[in-house]
Design a protein around this ligand. Sequence first.
Ligand SMILES: [Zn+2]
Length: 471
Amino acid sequence: MATDRAAATRAKWLETLTAHKRDPDAPGSKDYWAPSLDCASRDELVAIQNAKLAALAPFLYENSAFYRARFDRLRLLPSDIRTVDDLAKWPVVDKAEMMADAQEHPPFGTYTTHDDALWAERGWMLFSSSGSTGSPRVFRYSQLDRELWSWANARALHAFGIRPSDSLLICAGYGPHVFAWGVQFAIAKMKVACIPGGGMTADMRAMIVDRFKPTVLVCTPSYALHLGRVMEEKGLEPARSSVRTVLVGGEPGAGIEGTRTRLEKLWGARLVEFYGCTEASPHCGGYSCPASDQGPGPVTTHLMEDTQIWELVDADTGARVPEGERGLTVCTNLNSESSPQLRFLVGDYATFSTARCACGRTHVRAVGAFAGRADDLINLRGIKMYPVQLEGAVRAVPGVGDEYEIVLSTDAAGLDIMTARVEHADPGVAARVAQEIRSRCEVRVEVEVLATGTLPKTEFKAKRVRDLRRA
Ligand SMILES: [Zn+2]
C-alpha cells in the first residue's frame, strides 16, 4: 500500500540521518562542534552524501506530489538517484518551477513531504523569502527540521568562535526570515546568552550595547554600519564597545572588500558571515571560514556537505562546472522533510575549492565568498554588472557615507543611464567615484554627491538599486 511505502521510506531516511548525526547536543571538541564530520575525509563526506541521497530519493517519491510528478516526467525511478554522480540525470529546479507549483497549489505548493494532516499533527513555523526577486514565497518548517537546523547552525557558530561565555544582540524584526531565527535556535542549544533586539530603534539598540555589553552583534551588513554610526553620534565608540564579533547575513558583506574593512574598523571586531537562502533552509548553508578572516587572501566560505550537496553549474547549459571554474550555486538539501530540495538553483555566482583548509575543516569552500544572485544582474545597454561590484567601487572611495543609491533611468534622448547617489562632504569627489565605477564595471556613470545624512538609513536589508528605466 502507498501509505506503507510513505512511512517506510521516511523511516529509512530518518534512520540514515540518525546514523550520521554526531555530537547532537554539545561540542565534541574545543575547535570543532562535530569533529568527525567537520574534519571527515573527502571520501567519507561523499559516502555520507550518497547514503543520504539513496534514502532521500525514495522518501521524496513516496511522500511529495511535486517530486513524484517530476520523477515520472523525467522517466526516472528513485533508484536512479543513489549517488552524487547520479544527480546529473536530474535537471536543476529553478525558482520559476517552484513558483508555478505554489501558484497551482496555493499557498505552499506540493514539494514538501507532508500533507495537511501531517502538518496539523506535527506543528510548523512559517518563513518567507525576502522577495528580492518576485513576490515573497512562503515555507513551513517542521519541528524535526528546526532541531536539525539548530544542530547544523551550532556547528557553524562554534566555528565562528562563539562560546557559552558570549552574549548575542540579535538586531532583527523577528519576522518570518530564516537568518535571525536560525541563529536564535542554535544558541539555545549552545547555551549562549541572547538579547532579542526586535522592535527597537537604533537608538535603543545602541543603549543596549552600552548597558548590557553583548560580545556578538547579529544583523545585516547595512544595519551594522548604521548602528555603528548611531553609536558614534551618541558619543559611544563602537570600536571600544564590548562587541568583538559582527555576524552578518541576509545580504552579501564579507566578500566585498570595502564593506568588510569598513565594518571591521568601525566596530574594531571580526566579521563573520552566514550564507544561504530560504528555500534550502532550514540548514546551515555556508559559513565564513575562521582561518580566512585572519587574511591574507580572499575570504572563503565553507558549505556544510554532510547535510547538503553543493554544486556549481554553467548559467547557460545547466551542466556542472569543474572545480575552480565559476558557476551558479545549486543545493540539494539532504536533512529536510519540510524543504527537501533536490538540485535547487540558488543562483549565486561562486568558485569552489576542496583544497585543504588551514582551519582543519574539509568541507568545500567558496573562494572570495559570494558575488550576489544571478537574478540581481544589472544590464545597462548590454554592459552587465552585479550590485556587489558597484558597492565595492563606492566603498573604495575614502569618506563616502555608508548609504548610497544606484538609479537606472532613461534620459530625454531615450538612452538608459546610471546615476550613483553618494553622500560626501566634498562635492568634488564625484569624479573619483565615477572613475572607481568605470574601472571596475566598465561603465560610465553620473555621480550625484549629497550632503551627509540625506539618504534614508537602512533598517533591515538595503535596497540600493532603483530601476526607473522605461521598458
Ligand atoms: Zn576553513
